[in-house]
Design a protein around this ligand. Structure first.
Ligand SMILES: Cc1cc2nc3c(=O)[nH]c(=O)nc-3n(C[C@H](O)[C@H](O)[C@H](O)COP(=O)(O)OP(=O)(O)OC[C@H]3O[C@@H](n4cnc5c(N)ncnc54)[C@H](O)[C@@H]3O)c2cc1C
Length: 473
């Protein structure tokens, strides 16, 4: 593919000139990477940015995490388009850092590298039975319903009663998608295989479990209230589960968001249960203790009843409840992956950093504290929490530090903008571009048009690559 936008090749080819553009590689074209490109361009410095992405399409978890029935959030890509439309930034997709390109390669072509590789795996939950057949990580299910090319095309949805562990927005997404009907989700961008799978979904009851109480739930008010908007979902809260200690009351007083969530849950706890066909129970003070199995398959969930200890935390009561469910989804947090040649904090799931500067592995006396010209931003910088908008502040901080460090950067071997293109062409590695995204985008919209849908997502990687190529969409 040769339709690269070259900003100012002539200036960049002068590798020794002090006034050539600052060449920056950003690894990962999710919101954090795109906001970092934006911050670099807005700095007023002469910059030339290559935004690398392992998927053939950009936008990270906006495309492969945000639920399909959240078109308003997915619409954030419109704002991100404006960043990628700028001539100082090129998208180079379908390139996996660590496999298709290494840190040494990047050092040859760029003054600095920013890693914004996000998070795409499930945090482990260490309870007996978690590996049984029918026990799933939320991230895998999300990847399936969001049409990620690297997960299987089918998903077993034969359980009538399902447990979802966790009380954050991802748990809500998973519970809502499980409780809605396939037809309710059809107007969204879900691909055909996902629609077929959801249409065959047998779930009638979805039980969401939180260890702590309503004041400790991590839901955002809007996402919580949205559960109740489906004509097919009856949201049920047990009045026994509404309880607050002094710390919970403080939390409600100090945070409007906490108070709104608690009020919504209270309202639901005191109303009559209606007739909508799918029941979605929100349980509190139930700590997952064991996934129960028979013949290797999930047949239930055992929880321990907990109670508040006065500090907003909970302690076990020794009273156990068994729930008749045939599938368990754990939505207990996302986890970032180790990045080749970078230090990694396995516990926190982040690259150790100070305000975006990557802390070197060996920080013994006399050694540099930071890896040279190496930065992180977004979820890989501070862990997998927070909304898309939060990655903007991350990016501003990281970029400010990168620019401050600029005088100390080593001169790359070949800072020409074409050098990386020659490198990729030499390897004969198929990569996608921003123009390619416009083609794929148009192709997906065209697929949706006959059915009056905004788009239908293309799933297979080779189909995405094909649709991204000139004149083949
Ligand atoms: C299920 C789910 C639902 C969410 N819903 C919402 C919502 O409704 N509203 C909201 O505001 N926020 C939502 N979020 C949060 C939001 O998605 C994150 O805040 C945001 O995506 C984090 O941005 P990021 O760029 O750090 O990571 P990511 O979005 O994960 O982007 C990282 C990018 O790096 C790429 N990458 C990874 N490894 C490599 C590699 N080795 N080489 C090249 N590229 C690589 C990935 O493919 C990805 O494109 C949701 C998150 C999840 C998990």
């Amino acid at each position: 593919m040769t339709d690269q936008t070259t900003a100012d090749t002539a200036a960049a080819s002068d590798t020794t000139s002090a006034d050539r553009p600052l060449r920056v590689a950003i690894m990962g074209a999710g919101p954090a990477g795109i906001y970092a490109a934006d911050a670099l361009m807005k700095s007023g410095e002469n910059v030339s940015i290559d935004l690398f992405e392992r998927m053939p399409a950009p936008f990270g978890l906006i495309r492969y995490g945000v639920a399909p029935d959240h078109p308003r959030i997915k619409g954030i890509v419109t704002a991100l388009h404006k960043v990628l439309d700028k001539p100082q930034v090129r998208l180079l997709g379908n390139i996996d850092y660590g496999t298709d390109i290494t840190l040494d390669d990047l050092r040859r072509f760029y003054d600095a590298v920013i890693f914004s590789t996000g998070a795409n795996a499930d945090r482990a939950l260490k309870i007996p039975g978690i590996d049984l057949d029918g026990s799933y990580g939320a991230a895998d299910f999300v990847s399936w319903y969001d049409g990620h090319p690297d997960v299987p095309r089918t998903w077993p949805l034969d359980a009538e009663k399902v447990a979802v562990l966790g009380v954050g927005n991802v748990a809500l997404d998973v519970a809502r998608v499980l409780a809605k009907t396939g037809d309710e989700l059809l107007p969204t961008e879900i691909p055909a295989n996902v629609y077929e799978g959801l249409k065959a979904n047998k779930a009638l009851e979805v039980h969401v479990f939180g260890r702590r109480g309503p004041a400790q739930a991590k839901f955002t008010p809007l996402e919580l209230r949205e559960l109740d908007h489906s004509p097919n979902i009856e949201v049920i809260v047990d009045p026994e589960d509404i309880d607050y200690d002094a710390a919970s009351e403080d939390a409600r007083r100090n945070s409007k968001q906490v108070d709104m969530v608690a009020n919504t849950l209270q309202d639901w706890a005191i109303r009559d249960v209606g007739e909508r066909p799918h029941k979605l129970f929100l349980h509190f003070f139930e700590s997952p203790h064991e996934v129960l199995g028979d013949d290797g398959k999930v047949v239930g969930l055992r929880t321990e009843r907990t109670q508040l200890d006065g500090t907003g935390n909970v302690k076990g009561t020794g009273k156990f409840n068994d729930w008749d469910v045939q599938a368990v989804y754990r939505a207990v947090g996302y986890l970032s992956q180790n990045i080749s040649k970078l230090p990694f904090d396995d516990q926190a799931g982040v690259v150790p950093n100070e305000a975006g500067r990557v802390v070197a592995d060996d920080t013994a006396e006399g050694k540099a504290r930071f890896m040279p010209a190496t930065y992180v931003t977004g979820w890989i910088k501070r862990g997998p929490v927070g909304l898309i908008g939060h990655t903007k502040g991350d990016a501003n901080e990281t970029v400010a530090n990168l620019l401050e460090d600029r005088p100390a950067f080593a001169q790359p071997e070949d800072a020409r903008e074409d050098a990386i293109i020659e490198f990729l062409e030499e390897k004969n590695h198929p990569y996608t571009t921003w123009q390619g995204w416009y083609r794929l985008d148009a192709h997906e919209r065209a697929l949706g048009e006959p059915e009056g849908r905004e788009r239908v997502k293309v799933v297979e990687r080779h189909d995405m690559l094909k649709a991204s190529e000139p004149d083949k969409a």
